[in-house]
Ligand binder design. Sequence first.
Ligand code: PXL
Length: 308
Amino acid sequence: MLDVLRSGIFRNLENYRSQKEVFDMRFQPNFRRIAAIHDLSGIGRTSLMAVIPILSTMGFNVCPLPTAILSNHSQYPDFSFLDLTEEMKKREVRVLRVIGKYMGSPRQIEIVCGFIERFRRDETLVVVDPVLGDNGHLYSKMTQEMVEQMRRLARRADVLTPNLTEAFALLARPYKTDCTTEELKDLIAELSEMGPDTVIITGVPVPGQSGLTSVIARSKSDLRTWKVTCPYLPAHYPGTGDSFTSVITGSLLQGDSLPIALDRAAQFILQGIRSTFGYKMDNRDGILLERVLPNLNTPIQAATYELI
Ligand code: PXL
């Protein structure tokens, strides 16, 4: 437990609260509350429909703050969309953790920045997945204003989880896939200079190995850079990013070290994809989360992380 106190999650807490008080706080039921600021898409196992089951299974009380309600996610050809920006402004939620993703407009990001400022306590962990694009391209609705607002949000994160495309976009640098280890370390360092204690970059290609992909991460409070390599399966399932960030959040809040959190999240996604891949299913329906949720409560089989 004391490891958690030292890990950076409880930033500066010792300055004004005794360790006894902090220790007692951890046993309050509300201490395990997480505000999840995402859209709610009825079909496709993305956003809240991934975040809620994963973090609930991991023992947290998820309090959703929906940004929009969709009949199904936007990779299906048609969907209904109810924007909840005005509603978000009215919501007052007392939270101890914040996890955020899929802000659909600059105005929503502005509201979320205000929300973080109002509710952040020393024990709060703000996790931001800065959804902007993939494979070197910004998503079609992403404007330059959105990228700038996302930078503002990224500065407020304790944990930032961009993919490689988003990492370059946040730094306004041209995208490239053939980064050396030194270049990746610089990229992660520059992102954490923006504000976040921990930066995790997903979808980093492994040079010369098209069958592999990797995740790299570093915390300012530690300065070691970790890498987890996993098989790259040639199938795209929407929502895997949401699931990955949820497992990272739950794992860190359960007190796991950063490399163990990376391993748990990478293995969970791989299990999810493997459990789905064998069926002839519409990939847009996402991974069969329900099949693999129980794995979140089994000990990690073998850690594969390495230092780079
Ligand atoms: O993060 C996946 C996601 C979340 N929400 C909506 C989406 C998608 C992916 O397509 O369309 C609405």
